[in-house]
Design a binder for this molecule. Structure first.
Ligand SMILES: *[C@@H]1O[C@H](CO)[C@@H](O)[C@H](O)[C@H]1NC(C)=O
Ligand SMILES: *[C@@H]1O[C@H](CO)[C@@H](O)[C@H](O)[C@H]1NC(C)=O
Ligand SMILES: *[C@@H]1O[C@H](CO)[C@@H](O)[C@H](O)[C@H]1NC(C)=O
Length: 758
């Protein structure tokens, strides 16, 4: 027995060796998948590409694979598509056309590709240095993973001014922290796009690139590969270090790590920022940064009693605070706003710094710096971060409403119907997903109908789930009538005034003009009555009202309010009237449409989706008040209200972009997104429009990119949309809405999950 063991080991080793040699070249048509859990390995066995689990799905990436690293230390060094996560049935394939594609089974789309289908790729190889390379016939590199780094640089990997290192994130929204080499030859750590919190020296040589040298130095090299700037790891030049990486960590710090074979762990051997609390917004919304007694940075929230580390730490004061406010002092504390970061700086005394903030109803907090400068920083946002330490010579003041009840405004005893509506919407804002979840599955397939100038109805499916059958058995809402067919003929003067496909203008007995739309006469009676009943119960000032229906053997009609309006498309197409649509007007239209859709989603007796939201189904009257027509009943899939809701959110995003940019490039989201990335706002904004507010423009653009995310899990709910539109809350920087990210600006809701420096 004992003598057979070495032989067995040899067999296993040879087997492994064979396996590795066999798979190091990746043939066209090869595939790895989540289900099979297979991988592609480099010929030295140091690296492998495979799927791995994340908190919110699966990602395909390159890992350390060396047997000398225990599985928990087999760090991921590259992820396909930045931070993309995909579903259970997903795969990563080198197609016959020579393109790497990541197929997401959840969305049913290709979520990422190497875009190399036209580069005559003949094979791929995962090289021994961890670089996944696509080669063409001439054996030239057509694409390499080294060109699209994630959060890690490996030795020999070039990092140039067109690349970004982006910290990983724990949730579906990506990190705010990035590393860039700017055109002036500075390595810069940035939070969002605007705040630089660390830089290397500036070197204005052309073609500069940063590399991690195998001996453990981070260097800037000029075009002759001569080093012009370097920083060294503690173990620089130590020859027994087998692996080194440079990583931008989730906490926003840039670190060099070495593999310690003896300790079987990665050790941080250099970091860019020695005081972690100096990393901008390192605690994100989780509070203020401080060092605990054991010397590690932690986040604490002194403003609220909440102990949950993940709870958001917001300044408790709100602008609608009614019963006065008081200021609370925090010594040795420096505070700064993060959404937005701007603040007003005035010179004053400590006491004046406190009273200035208290007297200003918009001010939420202030920080006075006792270093002789006498600077008082006044903030107007509740999203505040900062640090506290005995050595910090600043005192901060945080405003709090005197009466805790005032934080949640008390509503009048008997609100008017419209007040009640808006109150209802308010309360829904905070838990739209729960509501959608709760209503999910209750409504069956719906009928679609369109109302308005060119009103037309049609049914997408001829079926309704029986669940809603009881809905019409109760009394019909007042003013919602059932018309006999004969009356329909009278109303329309025997279908005399046709105004659209199967759509006629008519007049009720009381001289009220209406629109009558003929529907599929074979529609099952019970289902049709039920759908009509749900829609008939909807009342909203921005929705065209349904007056009644006709359901007799061989006849199905809907009757709706007629209003003299033009569609948004008409308005935008007409160069004359279009000038009336100023920035402010357009933004008001966005807000009314959003609130109206939110009402449909969560304010009605049952969940109703719009299903066909676009510039033809939003109409404007003479006073530019928006009305939504064609609402309802377009939920194609019987049991998935959530998906219908997300379609509406996407369509809303398109409307916002169209209102901002006009009709010209309304369909080219990618182009608008790239202009936005480059801050070329003049190429985005409709030139016929006056009064553009830059801050609002930025927020609305970001919001629309979020709404247009191909991955519908990343889209906000309509409640969140309304929340953003109605407040000055900042919006995270959105990833590219189209599935294939080339550049990856990302935002992160909570930039930091933990402080573990790995
Ligand atoms: C890095 O850049 C240098 C100089 O341009 C080049 O010679 C080298 O091949 C590049 N390395 C990789 C891995 O692309
Ligand atoms: C690079 O960054 C520095 C400092 O952050 C800035 O002064 C300089 O203008 C930047 N250069 C370019 C080309 O953006
Ligand atoms: C690293 O080692 C090389 C030769 O082994 C030596 O020339 C160089 O000065 C060393 N560098 C540092 C920073 O110690």
């Amino acid at each position: 027995m004992i003598s057979r063991r070495p032989f067995l080991m040899l067999c296993i080793c040879l087997g492994l060796l064979y396996f590795r040699v066999a798979v190091s070249e990746i043939q066209l048509g090869s595939r790895i998948s989540v289900k099979e859990n297979n991988n592609w390995v480099s010929s030295n066995g140091d690296f492998a590409i495979k799927f791995f689990n994340r908190s919110n799905g699966h990602s395909a990436g390159i890992h350390f694979n060396s047997l000398s690293l225990p599985p928990s230390e087999q760090t991921v060094v590259w992820i396909a598509g930045g931070d993309l996560t995909v579903g259970e049935g997903s795969y990563f394939e080198l197609t016959k056309k020579g393109e790497l594609v990541l197929f997401d089974s959840l969305a049913g789309v290709i979520a990422w590709t190497s875009q190399s289908a036209n580069s005559s790729v003949t094979s791929a190889v995962l090289r021994d240095n961890g670089n996944l390379v696509l080669l063409n016939r001439q054996n030239d590199i057509a694409w390499q993973s080294f060109d699209t780094p994630s959060d890690t640089l490996l030795p020999a990997q070039n990092f140039s001014s067109y690349q970004t290192l982006r910290a990983a994130s724990g949730n579906s929204i990506s990190s705010y922290y990035s590393l860039r080499l700017n055109k002036s030859g500075q390595l810069q750590l940035k939070w969002e796009s605007n705040i630089v919190y660390w830089t290397s020296e500036s070197h204005s040589e052309p073609f500069l690139r940063a590399v991690l040298s195998p001996d453990g130095a981070l260097q800037l090299l000029d075009q002759n590969s001569k080093s012009v700037w370097s920083v060294y790891a503690d173990d620089h030049n130590e020859s027994d270090v087998k692996y080194r990486i440079l990583r931008l960590d989730v906490d926003g710090n840039l670190r060099l790590y070495s593999w310690m074979q003896a300790a079987k762990s990665w050790r941080s051997v250099w970091h860019a920022i020695s005081n972690q609390c100096n990393v901008f917004a390192t605690c994100g919304l989780n509070g203020l940064c401080l060092y605990n007694s054991s010397g590690s940075a932690v986040c604490k929230c002194p403003f609220t009693q909440k102990t949950d580390i993940n709870a958001k730490c917001l300044v408790p004061y709100q602008h609608n605070c009614r019963s006065g406010s008081s200021m609370f002092a925090y010594n040795h504390t420096f505070l700064y706003g993060i959404y937005p970061p701007n603040e007003t700086i005035v010179h004053s005394s400590l006491l004046r710094c406190k009273s200035l903030c208290q007297e200003d109803p918009l001010c939420t907090a202030s920080t006075f710096t006792n270093d002789g400068s006498g600077q008082c920083r006044l903030k107007q946002t509740r999203y505040i971060s900062g640090y506290l330490d005995a050595s910090v010579s600043s005192t901060s003041f945080v405003k709090r409403c005197s009466d805790p009840i005032a934080v949640f405004p008390v509503t009048p005893k008997s609100p008017s119907p419209s007040a009640r509506n808006s109150e209802r919407e308010q309360s829904h804002k905070f838990c739209i997903p729960c509501l959608i979840g709760a209503t999910g599955g209750t409504i069956a397939t719906f009928v679609i109908f369109q109302i308005g100038v060119a009103i037309w109805f049609y049914f997408i499916r001829n079926s309704f789930k029986p669940k809603a059958a009881s809905a019409y058995s109760g009394p019909l809402p007042k003013s919602f009538s059932m018309f006999p067919y004969l009356e329909i003929r009278d109303i329309t003067e025997n279908f005399k005034h046709q105004i659209g496909p199967r759509t006629f203008k008519g007049m009720l007995e009381n001289k009220q003009p209406v629109v009558v739309k003929a529907l599929d006469a074979t529609l099952e009676e019970k289902k049709f009555r039920c759908a009509a009943s749900v829609l008939g119960s909807i009342h909203h000032k921005n929705l065209v009202k349904l007056e009644g229906y006709c359901c007799e053997s061989g006849h199905r009609y809907m009757v709706c309010e007629f209003s003299k309006t033009k569609t948004l498309l008409n308005w935008l197409e007409d160069p004359k009237i279009c000038t009336r649509l100023t920035w402010r007007k357009r933004m008001n239209i966005c807000i009314s449409v959003a609130k109206t859709i939110l009402y449909l989603h969560s304010g009605c007796r049952e969940f109703v989706c719009h299903g066909n939201l676009n510039c033809k189904t939003v109409v404007l009257d003479e006073s530019l008040e928006a009305k939504v027509i064609d609402y309802g009943l377009a939920c194609l899939e019987a049991s998935n209200d959530g998906e219908c809701a997300e379609l509406d959110v996407r369509d809303f995003g398109k409307i916002v972009l169209t209102l901002i940019g006009g009709l010209e490039h309304q369909d080219n989201v990618e182009c608008i997104y790239n202009h936005w990335l480059e801050s070329q706002f003049n190429r985005i904004v409709d030139k016929r429009m006056d009064g553009v507010d830059r801050d609002e423009l930025e927020r609305f653009l970001r919001l629309s990119f979020w709404c247009l995310q191909v991955d519908q899990r990343m889209r906000p709910s309509m409640g969140e949309v309304v929340n953003v539109l109605e407040s000055s809350v900042g919006v995270d920087s959105p990833p590219p809405p189209f599935a294939v990210p080339t550049v990856q600006p990302k935002g992160l809701e909570e930039p930091l999950e933990s402080y573990s420096a790995a």
